[in-house]
Design a protein around this ligand. Structure first.
Ligand code: NAD
Length: 245
């Protein structure tokens, strides 16, 4: 049975990814700093899901997650760096502490996950997938530091794809458009008219609606399977056509 580590698995896209892998018969190590919702999600999903509560911005959490997969499931076939936070603030309002926090969770944690998983993925000829964003491909207004972290995530995936190709490890980025998750709700609720903002977001997608976490998860699952065996170094938009314009 194949095994995967998924970070940020308590809610939103990460919960969808953990569910998709579990349904496909993978053993899942589900990681999140939010312990109670993580446990609830794991028991809702069923299948073989073990949980690890911790902050991905700590190297130790990533090490422990990979060790759990290796000890419990005999190896690691895929790692998915999904945990992320947003910062809907203009640059003049952004503090150095907020900048550091965003880069720690959205970028440095991906380095820690890659470092923790490298040896095990080399052994399995597995894959690493990072959840970036369409904002890693095209910019968006009002969240400059968030956009910068997602650009970094895309380029980290491309660079690692090159460095790890000789070892047979594939690395890709998935770039979701606007997905209906708690993160989106937080972003929209910070707007002066949340209902109007939601309609605006829906209208801005060529497909005229938001994505579901399951629609992102199916792309992530595909990238981890032998069906995607010659796909590495791509930044795959799952954005309803947004970046086609
Ligand atoms: N929702 C969207 O529209 C959208 C679009 C593009 C990209 N993304 C990206 O997808 C990923 C998931 O987003 P989401 O919308 O599901 O977010 P969410 O806020 O709904 O869920 C994120 C999960 O990650 C966990 N998490 C956050 N920081 C963590 C940390 N330091 N350590 C451990 N766990 C942590 C949270 O507890 C939560 O369970 C993020 O990287 C986000 O930037 C989201």
């Amino acid at each position: 049975m194949s095994s995967v580590v998924v970070t940020g698995a308590a809610k939103g896209i990460g919960a969808g990814i953990a569910e998709a892998f579990a349904r496909a018969g993978w053993s899942v190590v589900a990681v999140d700093r939010d312990k109670a919702p993580l446990e609830q999600t794991a028991s809702r999903i069923g299948g073989t899901v073990v949980t690890l509560a911790g902050d991905v911005a700590d190297r130790a959490t990533n090490d422990a997650a990979v060790k759990l997969a290796v000890d419990r499931f005999g190896g690691l076939d895929a790692a998915v760096g999904n945990a992320g936070v947003t910062l809907p603030k203009l640059i003049d309002e952004t503090t150095p502490e907020e900048f550091d926090r965003l880069f720690s969770i959205n970028v440095k944690a991906l380095m820690y996950l890659a470092q923790a998983a490298h040896k095990a993925l080399a052994k399995s000829k597995g894959s690493l997938t990072v959840i970036a964003s369409k904002t890693g491909l095209v910019a968006q207004r009002n969240s400059p530091i968030y956009v910068a972290t997602k650009g970094a995530a895309v380029q980290l995936a491309r660079a690692l794809a090159l460095d790890w190709a000789p070892e047979g490890i594939r690395v890709n980025a998935v770039c979701p458009g606007i997905v209906d998750t708690p993160m989106l709700k937080q972003f929209i609720d910070a707007m002066p008219d949340p209902a109007a903002s939601r309609r605006e977001h829906e209208r801005a997608q060529p497909l005229g609606r938001l994505a579901t976490p399951a629609e992102v998860a199916s792309a992530v699952l595909f990238l981890a399977t032998p069906a995607a065996g010659f796909i590495t170094g791509v930044a795959l938009p799952v954005d309803g056509g947004f970046t086609a314009e």
